[in-house]
Design a protein around this ligand. Structure first.
Ligand code: ADP
Length: 610
């Protein structure tokens, strides 16, 4: 059973007080009673000695006269208010101050009475007994009666008896008084101990309650004490501790909130692993990368989150060595992406690393740009070298005698001219592209009538169209509003598109150039121009890349047809520079459609941009 502290203190106090006071009272009373009895016994002894002297004479006669002795006993008993019994050496009662006549003669033999027997052996005997004769407790005291000194012949015994009524009454009164005093003192100590116990247990109770509040996370309410003892010190320390814990918790909360905000805002994916490889934390960016919510991955092993052999190898290695390391890994839920993965062991105090932090930095775009740059350099070098090699070859052929053969010389020189033109075209396109990209090509913002522009473009390319016997259909409504832009540059856009349509459509194909007002709402209103051919088409996988510089579906065919691989790049940049867009749709073997969206001239003029 769990006894409250207050009761433990109380019971302890009461047991000590009760036992202490009870023992003290009992000992005092006992000593008092003993001393009273001693006094009484001493008085009775003195009287008995006198009586023994007095009774020595009648008993010393050869035939002691019982009547005389009894009369003396009566007289003496009356005088000292005590019972006097005179007994002969054989125990026969000769005289008694309480009995006389026949009753005296019928009295028992008193030789066996304890006080008489003690008197025989010790010279004095006493005992306390209840007397049936007078119905009360009596103190008996017996002395031997001798004729002379202690060795003289025994004449009998004198026995004195005194009722203890008075002394016992006094003792009873004293005992009652003591009991009352003890009861009072007990009650007083009960009250006092209750007070003391409560003065200790109440603040303790307050502290227990305060500790419970702290455990629930409530730190505001302080412990109040009215004392100034150690308990007050304890309360002070608890209050201080509560304030310190509250401050620490607040700091931790702030830090946590900052960390959570940082993790949420981070573009990089963060994954924290325990040393056994289970996921402890995952940030939203990482959730996006693995396509799983934190609920689904927390507590699971990283293998269940990202299963990529190279990554598994890397994590296993880092978990084993526990040193910071980084690697590049390709994975992805949708299209594959490249990640720079940085792994660092978690540091917590001086303790051994309790886990691993993995940061996934998506470097797909960076790698792609690097690749584009590398490809560009390689492509430019290659594109420049091809005509240069041809030119060099023909010059050498001319030097080696070709110059003397008139027919051969003319053919060689024609090839040299073509290759130089090609080189020139390539460099012109490259420079134009570079200028557009760096914003050095100013685009006029003028109204351009589309019908006229398309007519002029078709006119310029007419020899090529006729050469391949294509049919060109132009469907431009007369009421179509003008386009806002730079006529020369827009001419370049349509010339490139038409040139491609001519090139990549087998002979006798149909090329349709149509335009209409864009249906897309809201404004600015756009004009949609489409160039559709019935040519070879573009495979689906090449469609997203055909606007890249030097990207060709079929390099050999493009080169043979005199393409530089820069035409569509220039188209895209110029159209976007006009605030428009180019879209391509194609079906291999059936044909291709380029849709160019350009702003209408009536729409407010946008800020200049290239
Ligand atoms: P090129 O000088 O090689 O024509 P472009 O940038 O103009 O370079 O075009 C890039 C590639 O796109 C071409 O090599 C060709 O493979 C493809 N292409 C462009 N237009 C068409 C079209 N109308 N039909 C089929 N393929 C086309």
């Amino acid at each position: 059973m769990r006894l409250p502290l207050q009761w433990k203190v109380l019971i302890g106090y009461l047991v000590i007080a009760g036992v202490g006071m009870g023992t003290a009272g009992w000992l005092a009373l006992d000593a008092l009673e003993a001393s009273d009895l001693d006094q009484l016994r001493a008085g009775l002894t003195a009287q008995a000695r006198i009586a023994a002297r007095l009774f020595a004479r009648p008993l010393g006669t050869t035939k002691p006269d019982a009547a005389v002795i009894d009369a003396m006993a009566d007289e003496l008993g009356n005088a000292i208010h005590a019972r006097i019994t005179v007994i002969n050496p054989e125990g026969l009662v000769l005289g008694d101050s309480y009995e006389s006549g026949e009753a005296l003669r019928r009295m028992d033999n008193h030789a066996a009475r304890p006080e008489v027997r003690q008197a025989v052996t010790n010279g004095v005997g006493s005992s306390i007994r209840y007397s049936d004769t007078i119905g009360t407790r009596l103190l008996y005291l017996a002395l031997p009666i001798r004729s002379g000194g202690p060795d003289s012949p025994l004449l009998g015994f004198v026995r004195m008896a005194l009722p203890l009524t008075e002394i016992e009454g006094r003792h009873r009164a004293l005992r009652n008084l003591l009991a009352a005093a003890l009861g009072g003192a007990f009650l007083l100590s009960l009250g006092l101990s209750l007070l003391v116990a409560r003065s200790v247990t109440r603040p303790l109770g307050d502290m227990v309650e305060a500790a419970r509040r702290m455990a629930r996370g409530e730190f505001r309410e302080k412990i109040r004490t009215h004392s100034s003892d150690e308990l007050a010190d304890l309360a002070g320390v608890l209050n201080y501790m509560a304030a310190a814990i509250e401050e620490t918790i607040q700091t931790l909360k702030d830090d946590r909130a900052k960390m959570a905000a940082t993790l949420i805002a981070m573009q990089e994916g963060v994954l924290v692993l325990a040393p056994d490889g289970t996921v402890r934390l995952i940030n939203p960016a990482m959730e996006g990368m693995v396509g799983r919510r934190d609920m689904e991955v927390l507590g699971r092993t990283y293998l269940e989150v990202i299963c990529q052999p190279r990554l598994n190898e890397f994590i296993t290695e880092v978990l084993k060595r526990m040193t910071a390391s980084s690697t590049e890994i390709v994975f992805g839920t949708g299209p594959e992406r490249t990640f720079q993965v940085q792994a660092s062991p978690l540091v917590q105090g001086t303790e051994e690393s309790p886990g691993l932090v993995l940061v996934f930095h998506d470097i797909t775009d960076l790698r792609r740009l690097e690749q584009v740059r590398k490809d560009f350099v390689a492509n430019v070098s290659h594109e420049l070298r091809t005509p240069l090699t041809t030119i060099k070859g023909y010059i050498e052929a001319l030097q080696d005698g070709g110059v003397d053969d008139r027919e051969q010389r003319a053919r060689f020189l024609e090839t040299l001219r073509k290759q130089t033109d090609r080189l020139n075209l390539l460099i012109t396109d490259l420079l134009l592209l570079a200028k557009i990209e760096s914003g050095q090509v100013p685009l006029k913002q003028e109204p351009v009538a589309l019908a006229g522009l398309i007519d002029r473009t078709v006119g310029l390319l007419r020899p090529l169209i006729d050469q391949k016997q294509h049919r060109v259909v132009v469907k431009i409504p007369a009421e179509l509003p003008p386009i806002r832009g730079d006529e020369e540059r827009l001419g370049q856009v349509f010339s490139n598109l038409l040139d491609n349509a001519i090139k990549y459509t087998p002979e006798q194909g149909t090329i349709t150039i149509s335009a209409e007002l864009g249906k897309a709402a809201p404004p600015p209103a756009m004009i949609e121009v489409s160039v559709v051919d019935t040519g070879i088409g573009i495979p689906l996988q090449d469609l997203p890349r055909i606007f890249e510089r030097f990207y060709r579906v079929d390099k050999a065919r493009s080169r043979e047809l005199g393409g530089t691989g820069l035409g569509l790049s220039i188209v895209k940049h110029l159209v976007e520079g006009h605030g428009g867009a180019v879209i391509v749709e194609s079906l291999p073997g059936r044909g291709t459609k380029f849709l160019v969206r350009l702003p209408m001239a009536t729409t407010p003029v946008l800020p200049y941009r290239t």
